[in-house]
Design a protein around this ligand. Structure first.
Ligand SMILES: Cc1cc2nc3c(=O)[nH]c(=O)nc-3n(C[C@H](O)[C@H](O)[C@H](O)COP(=O)(O)OP(=O)(O)OC[C@H]3O[C@@H](n4cnc5c(N)ncnc54)[C@H](O)[C@@H]3O)c2cc1C
Length: 368
């Protein structure tokens, strides 16, 4: 599996979505998932744009509702991030129960848990930068609920390698599995994994009924822990050339939209700030992917430096898209794109958020 980076290829992938097969098969590792998360997370396309393209093809709301809900999960997590800011990196609803350390089981790092579907998926993950949603849930459950690791370190490990790494979807999904942003922990057993990953394994540390599994001690294979210390290698880039008569449009790892203010006469800069990547490291593959996606934006210059450096290079006016990771940008901030722009703020659960969103749907599209 590899992820194309040209805009035409990305739009072709949007046009290939089969929302009906999606609803039936999305939980299986070979199901008809969209594989669009690397483009949605990086802001190349938006959740609203995906939904509108389905409506334009004539699909009705009842046919695409499952996919709309999944897209809305993404937006929901963004809203939680906007509302709670850095609190999303701490246990939100309650402290993680039965947590015994702040590292990561070495068996996950080394893809040697003994659960074949998981070990194969992690080996592929290091190559592709992608994991199926169910596999992410299984890994998080193995790390936090079987291995009793606090969710933060393993979430940082996964984020490091994900092409679609998104601090909100990532941290909050890990918290959902670990029971700190949900009512209870999520457990998976071997039978569930065999079913959705098409394996046939038995006699593993997960091969128990759920009643028994929650009572079991940490299996020896998960008892060895490692730290996860990662760094980001940013490329060396020349100083950008700035026409100080024109505003600077700031792009970043979460906004690579070629259609954003497309007609405007501006300086366009992909800003990769060392301070951001020091706090939230990502792999070389992720950086290369971000830079490749930026090539869809005509005239863009890539600059690895801080936003303040641009002011000293003569930039006078800045425009960006509002985003919780980049609140320190000066200047004008355009509204972020989402499926339901009118539904904002903190909702205690996804379903209370979705109930509000549903009011903005008709049988054939969005209510204006
Ligand atoms: C532990 C864990 C960590 C995760 N980390 C990330 C992350 O860093 N970045 C990220 O984008 N997603 C993350 N997710 C959510 C989800 O796994 C991925 O968005 C999804 O698997 C991407 O594949 P896809 O595009 O084929 O999804 P599809 O099933 O085709 O879904 C379509 C789109 O809906 C959104 N979506 C679907 N499921 C979810 C979900 N559960 N939560 C939020 N959005 C969803 C995504 O934008 C996705 O591209 C995480 C989930 C878990 C359990």
């Amino acid at each position: 599996m590899s992820f194309a980076t040209t805009y035409n290829q990305i739009i072709a992938a949007v046009n290939k979505i089969d929302p009906i097969a999606y609803a039936k098969t999305r939980n299986y590792t070979n199901g008809a998932v969209t594989l669009l998360s690397p483009y949605l997370s990086r802001g190349v396309i938006s959740t609203r744009m995906v939904a509108e393209s389905l409506y334009q093809k004539g699909y009705k709301t009842y046919q695409i509702e499952k996919l709309l809900q999944e897209l809305a999960w993404r937006d929901y997590y963004q809203q939680v991030w906007l509302a709670l800011n850095n609190q999303i990196f701490e246990d939100i609803k309650q402290p993680q129960q039965d947590c015994s350390h702040y590292e990561i089981p070495a068996a996950l790092l080394n893809a040697s848990t003994g659960i074949n579907a998981i070990d194969n998926a992690i080996t592929d993950f290091y190559e592709t930068g992608y994991l199926h949603n169910h596999v992410r849930m299984y890994i998080a459950s193995i790390a936090c609920n079987m291995g009793k690791a606090h969710w933060l370190t393993p979430s940082r490990w996964m984020y490091y390698y994900l092409l679609d790494g998104d601090l909100a979807s990532n941290s909050l999904s890990w918290q959902w599995v670990a029971g700190t942003f949900s009512a209870k922990k999520y457990y998976c057993n071997q039978q569930n994994i065999n079913n959705y990953c098409h394996t046939n394994q038995t006699n593993t540390f997960l091969d128990f009924s759920y009643d028994q599994l929650v009572l079991n001690d940490t299996p020896p294979v998960l008892a060895i822990q490692n730290t996860f210390n990662a760094i980001t290698n940013l490329p060396h880039t020349p100083l950008p050339t700035i026409n100080n008569q024109l505003p600077v449009l700031l792009y970043n790892s979460y906004n690579l939209d070629p259609n954003w203010r497309k007609e405007a006469h501006c300086n366009r800069i992909l800003l990769l700030e060392p301070s951001h990547f020091k706090q939230y490291p990502v792999s070389n593959t992720v950086i290369a992917f971000i830079v490749a996606l930026s090539k869809n934006i005509p005239g863009i210059q890539v600059y690895c430096g801080e936003v303040e450096d641009l002011a000293s290079l003569g930039a006078l006016q800045f425009i960006s898209r509002r985003h919780p990771a980049f609140t320190h940008y000066p200047g004008t901030k355009d509204a972020p794109l989402s499926l339901f722009p009118a539904v904002t703020g903190y909702y205690n659960s996804f379903f209370s958020y979705w109930k509000k969103c549903e009011k903005y749907l008709t049988p054939t599209g969005f209510k204006e």
